[in-house]
Design a protein around this ligand. Structure first.
Ligand SMILES: *Cc1c(COP(=O)(O)O)cnc(C)c1O
Length: 376
């Protein structure tokens, strides 16, 4: 059986976790958390990165930092994971869904401006499969309309747009270190903050509304409750697991890119014959091989292909039921304009096994079965 996902583990995780235990420091913000956040700041060249308990929580923090209020509207794609909307809906906002581009499956930047109303507060681009949205256009719209930009870069760590790390272009960027992502700590994430002046408020929200972070740095002699906040800091045990991987980030990235390129090259003949479509990566984007997907003709062909692969020991999956079609999406959101591609393209997507250390042999096996399905 070839699994769809295997959580990343490079072998040094256990050693790092044991070190955290030996340090007698297993709650948040110890040496491993510090190593991870400094690595993120250096790697992405952002002013501040805070490790969080999830990408969902990082997005919730961003919603709090942007002071999203009941009645506000937040523009996002409908083709995304629920967390993108949840973080804002929890604050009482309405999710305004905009159609996607069929090539990258990212929000169609040319439709965003039409969706803006007097209530619009923010735009949330989602970098699907670690391939960037058209950020120059999005940032220009946001600037002219005085809107926040919060990047859902859950899948986008190590990816760039015109040389800039995803998650560092908007006001806030959110990463995920869930076990299905390129780098993992089981459950976890990070909030990237572009403007240094917002870092202190973020630290307070993350530490139960206290200025404890300042106290730890020796900037004040006692800490106190200064604002409304919550607990968004992960345990050192999780940070230790993540650190093992971040310290080998390039190696993991190259390994995934190798697998991705191999899939692409081997499946290209099927695309040339018009049987499937393959992912599109625009020129300005460098991606991180977060996922490899193919697009079938339609929903019924996809179901048949997934079943066929399963019968042959290959786990392939599909995802995102568009949010505007979901019960909560109907309650908390609305679709702006026409759904030309969101539903149609979401029904064609099938993801192939993709993880760190997927073997070349397994890739050959997967491709062999896909080809057999199409009788190629
Ligand atoms: C994985 C994912 C999330 C949620 O990440 P968690 O760390 O599990 O909260 C949010 N948005 C997108 C696009 C994702 O892929």
């Amino acid at each position: 059986m070839i699994n769809f996902n295997v959580p990343p583990c490079i072998g040094k995780e256990k050693e790092c976790i044991e070190e955290a235990i030996a340090n007698h420091k297993i709650c948040g913000d110890g040496v491993f958390t510090k190593k991870c956040s400094e690595w993120l700041e250096n790697k992405t060249k952002t002013s501040k990165a805070l490790l969080t308990t999830s990408c969902t929580h990082a997005t919730e923090m961003a919603a709090l930092l942007c002071n999203i209020q009941p009645g506000d509207e937040v523009i996002m794609p409908s083709y995304t994971f629920v967390s993108t909307a949840d973080a804002f809906v929890l604050r009482g906002a309405t999710a305004v869904f905009v159609d996607i581009r069929p090539d990258t499956m990212n929000i169609d930047e040319s439709l965003i401006e039409g969706a803006i109303t007097e209530k619009t507060k923010a735009i949330v681009p989602v970098h699907y499969a670690g391939v960037s949205c058209e950020m120059d256009t999005i940032m220009d719209i946001a600037k002219r309309h005085h809107l926040y930009v919060i990047e859902d870069a859950a899948q986008g760590i190590m990816s760039t747009y015109k040389g800039k790390a995803l998650g560092t272009i908007g006001d806030y960027g959110c990463y995920s270190f869930h076990e299905t992502k390129n780098y993992s700590m089981g459950e976890g994430g990070a909030l990237l903050i572009k403007d240094e002046k917002n870092a202190e408020d973020a630290e307070i929200i993350r530490e139960k509304g206290t200025n404890r972070s300042k106290f730890f740095r020796g900037q004040i002699d006692k800490y106190t409750w200064v604002e409304a906040g919550s607990s968004y800091l992960p345990s050192e045990l999780n940070a230790a697991y993540l650190w093992a991987q971040l310290s080998e980030a390039e190696m993991i990235n190259e390994n995934r890119r190798y697998s991705w390129d191999l899939y692409y090259e081997m499946l290209k003949p099927l695309e040339e014959r018009g049987l499937i479509d393959l992912p599109v990566v625009p020129e300005d984007c460098v991606h991180n091989a977060h996922m490899f997907y193919v697009k079938t003709k339609d929903l019924s062909e996809r179901s048949a292909l997934i079943s066929y692969l399963k019968e042959n020991g290959v786990m392939a999956v599909f995802h995102y039921i568009p949010l505007h079609n979901a019960p909560a999406g109907k309650k908390y959101g609305r679709f702006y304009g026409e759904d030309c591609y969101t539903t149609k393209e979401s029904e064609r997507i099938m993801r192939l096994p993709m993880y760190y250390n997927l073997t070349e042999e397994d890739i050959h096996t997967v491709v062999k079965h896909v080809k057999a399905f199409y009788r190629v």
